[in-house]
Design a protein. Structure first.
Length: 89
């Protein structure tokens, strides 16, 4: 089993958070630090969601970890936009 280091999670989280913010139209409000946080929290959310569907998120590798973080980041940003009432300008 290949385990990701802290640096790996920061890199994957940052990329996933940045791409997720581009997809969700929130990139203008976020900096690099918030993109990393969104990606890492998105990884937790995505791991939980994929776990509900029976996916083995622990041994998925780098690409599956990135997809998990990206999906979770989009879910997180969707709910943040929903609660905050922000729309695309």
């Amino acid at each position: 089993m290949l385990s990701l280091s802290i640096i790996g999670w920061i890199v994957i989280g940052g990329l996933a958070g940045w791409i997720g913010s581009k997809l969700m139209g929130t990139d203008a409000q976020q900096g690099i630090l918030l993109n990393i946080v969104v990606g890492i929290v998105g990884g937790l959310i995505g791991g939980w969601v994929f776990g509900l569907f029976g996916a083995d998120v622990d041994s998925g590798g780098w690409i599956f970890s990135f997809v998990t973080c990206l999906v979770g980041a989009c879910i997180l940003l969707f709910f943040v936009k929903l609660v905050s009432g922000r729309t695309k300008a």
